[in-house]
Design a protein around this ligand. Structure first.
Ligand SMILES: [Zn+2]
Length: 125
């Protein structure tokens, strides 16, 4: 089992969550970037000599963009569809995305819990 980067709760449905990716690259990623740059430079050395080291910023940018997209994908709650990044940008759009998610996933545990709370509340009142 892969180690999670952060344990947290969803801000909307309060479900405990584990984020797999951190916001920034880790030491392991920087090591991978370094090794990949060295391997690429060694492969292209006969053709362009040490100019192959110029691939470092390109490889770094690819790592950053892939990691950012994985982090953004991981940020969205799998139970209610709430995305804090969208909430920060546009509250109405974030609300619309949650409603769409709940329409597409009618058997999500969040809706079952809400219905259960509703019936329990109506039984005692
Ligand atoms: Zn949620």
């Amino acid at each position: 089992m892969k180690r999670s980067a952060k344990d947290c709760f969803c801000a909307l449905c309060r479900t405990p969550r584990k984020l797999r990716y951190s916001r920034h690259l880790t030491k392991l990623h920087y090591g991978q970037i370094f090794v990949l740059t060295l391997v690429f430079s060694a492969v292209v050395y006969p053709f362009i000599s040490w100019k192959g080291l110029i691939s470092l910023p390109v490889i770094w940018a690819i790592f950053e963009s892939v990691h950012k997209s994985l982090y953004r994908k991981d940020l969205q709650c799998p139970y209610c569809g709430f995305d804090p990044k969208w909430y920060k940008k546009d509250v109405k759009l974030a609300r619309q995305k949650v409603e769409e998610f709940l329409k597409q996933n009618p058997d999500t545990p969040v809706l079952k819990r809400a219905k259960l709370e509703e019936t329990t509340y109506s039984q005692y009142n």
